[in-house]
Design a protein around this ligand. Structure first.
Ligand SMILES: Cc1cc2nc3c(=O)[nH]c(=O)nc-3n(C[C@H](O)[C@H](O)[C@H](O)COP(=O)(O)O)c2cc1C
Length: 140
């Protein structure tokens, strides 16, 4: 089993209907691919964070499709690697609005320009993303 987490920036602000359509298609496709995960969207910064988990080939193939999607840009894979268990096994794609998360959880997680970051800052962001995702996986 394999997981991948990326962040990206929406090209335009996503409306509730945009998100609903995106999730509908994602859930249908992911169920067929046996891919699970969670998508987080920040209305304020227009940033996405998504975790995808499943068979490595399925996840990597899906990531190529997602990365080419014109609804977002600056797609930056924060980490990928093997896992023993899924964190979101009951969710073809869970969804959370970033602003609705526990403020303590998201403290310090801010939008960024990937190109201007040093490796250490990237690591910091990765750690914060992991903290958020791991807390959410216990909540769902
Ligand atoms: C932020 C973001 C996350 C997405 N996540 C998924 C996903 O988890 N699964 C999926 O199938 N498509 C996802 N998509 C949509 C794909 O890029 C693509 O539009 C879709 O897979 C095409 O499906 P279709 O060929 O069935 O129309 C995502 C798109 C964006 C912008």
């Amino acid at each position: 089993m394999f997981e991948l987490v990326y962040c990206s920036a929406a090209t335009r602000g996503m409306t509730a209907l945009d998100l609903q359509n995106l999730l509908e298609v994602s859930r249908r496709n992911n169920a067929l691919l046996d891919v699970t995960g969670i998508l987080i969207y920040s209305e304020r910064t227009r940033e996405f964070i998504q975790l995808l988990e499943g068979e490595k080939d399925c996840v990597e193939q899906l990531m190529l499709t997602i990365a080419a999607d014109e609804r977002h840009t600056s797609v930056d894979v924060m980490y990928r690697g093997g896992i023993t268990d899924r964190s979101f096994k009951d969710w073809s794609m869970a969804f959370r609005q970033f602003e609705e998360l526990d403020p303590e959880l998201i403290e310090g997680y801010t939008t960024f320009n990937a190109d201007s970051l040093s490796a250490s800052t990237c690591g910091g962001k990765e750690t914060r993303a992991r903290t958020i995702l791991s807390a959410l996986s216990k909540e769902l």
